[in-house]
Design a protein. Sequence first.
Length: 76
Amino acid sequence: MPLDVTDTPSPRQSAYAAMRELDTALRRHGIVLPSLSVDGHSLRVGIGPLIELGRVNLDSAKKLTDALNGAASSAR
């Protein structure tokens, strides 16, 4: 059923949207987190949705660090 514009997204929908946006932003910087996902346990127990970033290889960690450092430098 399509969402009406007045409908508020569920926490699950919001979590998946946030995960997709993060994945898109990371990929623009050449960063792929293969285990990026919504933590199902957090949805089931009602603590609020969490995004699981997972493990990354050294190359991805370096790219992520460089991207964050670049963003921080341009914000100053």
